[in-house]
Design a protein around this ligand. Structure first.
Ligand SMILES: [Zn+2]
Length: 237
C-alpha cells in the first residue's frame, strides 16, 4: 500500500517538474533575443542596401557626366578639324577647352574607379548581412520548433502521470488516501519507506518506537522525524 503512495508521489513529482518546465521554458526568452537580433540585422541590411543603391546612382551620374563631356569634346574637335575655318584665337580657345574637358574626364574616371571599389565592398557587406539574416531565421525556427516539441512532450508527460495517479488511487483505501493527500498539500510530505531503520523521505534514522510500531503492524505509522506515512495496515479499520 505504501508503495502505491510512493508511486503517486513519483507521478506528482513528474507533473510538478513538467509544469515547471513549461513555465520556465528557456526557449521563450531565447526566441525573444533572437527576434531582437534579427530585427537589428534587418535594419543593418537595409542601411547597407541603401548605401549600395546610392553608390550605383552616383556611378550612373558619373558615367553620364563623362559621356556628356566626351560628346562635347567631339563637337569641339569637329569644329577644330572640320572644313570651317576659324581664326587662330578661336582655335586656341577650342584646344584649351578640349584639354580642360579631358582633365575633367580623368578626374571623373578616378572617382568612378573609387566608387567601383566601394561598390564591391558594399556588395560583400550586403551578402554577409543577408547570410546572417538567413542563419538567424533558421536558428529562430529551429528553436521555436524544439520549444513547441518540448511543450507537447511535457503536456503528454503530465497527462500520463495524471492517469497513473488515478489508477493508483483506485487501489488505495479512502481513509489512507485522504490522510496522504492532506500530508501532501499541507506539509508537502506524503509517504516514505523505512529501510534499515532509515526513512526514505527525510533520510533520518527513525526511533525504536516507530520500528516497533511497524513490527506490531499498527494501523497507521508515521516517521517520527518528518511525519510521512511509513506503514499502513489495511485489515484494521
Ligand atoms: Zn522521515
Amino acid at each position: 500500500m505504501i508503495n502505491l503512495l510512493i508511486e503517486i508521489q513519483k507521478n506528482m513529482g513528474i507533473i510538478k517538474k513538467n509544469k515547471k518546465d513549461i513555465k520556465e521554458d528557456s526557449n521563450v526568452s531565447l526566441l525573444k533575443e533572437m527576434k531582437k537580433e534579427f530585427e537589428a540585422e534587418k535594419l543593418n541590411y537595409k542601411n547597407i542596401d541603401n548605401k549600395f543603391k546610392k553608390i550605383e546612382e552616383d556611378m550612373k551620374e558619373l558615367e553620364e557626366k563623362i559621356s556628356k563631356l566626351k560628346g562635347d569634346i567631339k563637337i569641339d574637335e569637329n569644329k577644330l578639324y572640320g572644313d570651317m575655318k576659324y581664326d587662330l584665337k578661336f582655335m586656341e580657345t577650342l584646344e584649351k577647352s578640349i584639354k580642360l574637358k579631358e582633365n575633367d574626364i580623368k578626374k571623373l574616371e578616378e572617382d568612378s574607379l573609387n566608387l567601383m571599389y566601394e561598390e564591391e565592398n558594399t556588395s560583400k557587406e550586403r551578402s554577409k548581412s543577408r547570410k546572417k539574416l538567413m542563419d538567424l531565421k533558421e536558428k529562430f525556427y529551429n528553436c521555436k520548433e524544439s520549444s513547441s516539441e518540448n511543450r507537447v512532450r511535457a503536456k503528454e508527460n503530465i497527462v500520463k502521470a495524471e492517469g497513473n495517479i488515478k489508477k493508483f488511487e483506485q487501489r488505495i483505501p479512502k481513509e489512507l488516501l485522504d490522510e496522504f493527500n492532506e500530508l501532501c498539500s499541507v506539509k508537502g510530505t506524503g509517504a516514505a519507506v523505512i529501510s534499515k531503520g532509515v526513512c526514505s523521505g527525510c533520510k533520518m534514522k527513525v526511533s525504536a518506537v516507530t520500528v516497533d510500531d511497524i513490527k506490531k503492524n499498527k494501523h497507521i505509522v508515521y516517521c517520527d522525524n518528518c511525519g510521512r506515512i511509513v506503514h499502513y495496515n489495511h485489515s484494521i479499520e
